[in-house]
Write a protein that binds this ligand. Structure first.
Ligand code: UT7
Length: 362
């Protein structure tokens, strides 16, 4: 049986840092509260659009796989913060990469986008083994934030990660996925008036809010992810001891710990980099995967469990067996345009705007 294997990986984090102390200077919060309740110490603020973050991560992943862009048969761009709604962002990547014919579409399942994308890639490759997939998770979530809303403003950051998937012809690769959505709770995380629900003819049509019930999401997150993980583990006859590393969505360190405890997985096996980046939504897992490889946390043949939850409220898990290669085949010299501003400088206009009780600036 031929399985889909990740053969290339890459990340792109914008350079400007916003620390908890920077946030405490603009809203009613503290480094102590944020670290204790979330594990986050700092996050990145992007000076470029989401597609540009995704493009750099994609070029790095292609180089790591040693796959020319033109060989890619499908581009999946997982994001809830595309540059524009029409056309999709995957087509922008196709154009920038110089690829001619790949199927290209965006996937919005919120923070589960990368794990949902693994399922799409796996299914595609089982029918089209000669058609590699480029899967990107990229977000510029800070664009949506009201910096005066301390409960949500402290959580999110910008970034991108990418993976190239190819058919292995062997036993390794993606073993199983389990995806779902608990739509009863969909209003716990939403931007209700952005899109065609927006009143275009209001004096200020750009006005929108981020509705957010952190406690409600927390509760559903642990239950939903644990259920998805149990499903894939049962279906693959895998026990907690068989798992070498868990790569979970990075939304809150307490959620990560609660998941590990519920699954009976040693907390030390659970990868975390939330302290550096906060929640980058669909990008957390490919960024974490890339860093786990860079840090030597993934050995050849490792059994990896992915788990995520997000707006919807969607949940997802994926189980895979890594291949033999843990080193990239090549590197890319792709870089973002230089950034000359600091994190606080990049958010200064938005902070001012929301302090005056107005909507998002352009
Ligand atoms: O990936 C999908 C999106 N991710 C999420 O939705 C994250 C899920 N939820 C969470 O991570 C947590 O629920 C939060 C981090 C958002 C909140 O943590 P919590 O332990 O559930 O806090 P809480 O909402 O129960 O609030 C506790 C207190 C409240 O004050 P009172 O009512 O006890 O006086 C809040 O007003 O903490 C207050 N608070 C803050 N204080 C300082 C809430 N946000 C902040 C803040 N700084 N940033």
């Amino acid at each position: 049986m031929s399985r889909a294997q990740i053969t290339g990986w890459g990340k792109c984090l914008p350079p400007a840092v916003l620390t908890n102390d920077d946030l405490a200077a603009v809203t009613d919060t503290s480094d102590e509260w944020i670290v204790e309740r979330t594990g986050i110490r700092e996050r990145r603020i992007s000076h470029v659009h989401t597609s540009e973050l995704g493009l750099v991560a994609a070029k790095r992943a292609l180089a790591a796989a040693g796959v020319p862009a033109d060989d890619i048969g499908m581009i999946v761009f997982a994001s809830a913060s595309p540059d524009v709604l029409i056309p999709n962002t995957a087509s922008a990547l196709q154009k920038q990469l110089g690829n001619k014919d790949a199927a290209a579409f965006d996937l919005n399942s919120g923070c589960t986008g990368f794990v949902y994308g693994l399922k799409v890639a796996s299914d595609h490759l089982s029918n089209n083994p000669d058609s590699p997939v480029l899967l990107v998770g990229a977000e510029r979530l800070t664009w949506y934030l009201d910096w005066t809303q301390r409960d949500s403003a402290v959580l999110f950051g910008d970034g991108a990660g990418a993976a190239v998937l190819q058919a292995t012809g062997g036993d390794d690769g993606i073993l199983d996925n389990f995806l779902g959505c608990e739509a009863e709770a969909r209003e716990a995380l939403m931007i209700p008036d952005f899109g065609t629900a927006m009143n275009r003819f209001e004096p200020d049509p750009t006005r929108f809010e981020l509705r957010f019930d952190g406690r409600e999401i927390f509760r559903h997150a642990v239950k939903g992810m644990a259920r998805a993980c149990q499903q894939v583990m049962e279906r693959c006859n895998t026990t907690a001891d068989d798992i070498d590393i868990v790569i979970p969505h990075q939304a809150n360190e307490r959620i990560i710990d609660a998941l590990a405890d519920r699954m009976g997985v040693d907390r030390g096996k659970v990868y975390r980099n939330i302290a550096k980046y906060g929640n980058t939504s669909a990008a957390t897992i490919p960024v974490a995967l890339t860093e786990a490889l860079e840090e030597g946390r993934i050995a050849p043949g490792a059994t990896i469990l992915f788990a995520a939850f997000g707006a919807g409220l969607t949940w997802a898990a994926g189980l895979m067996r890594w291949g033999n290669r843990i080193e990239p085949l090549g590197t890319s010299d792709a870089e973002l345009a230089p950034c000359t501003s600091t994190g606080p400088e990049l958010i200064a206009d938005a902070v001012e705007f929301f302090r005056r009780g107005q909507s998002q600036p352009a």
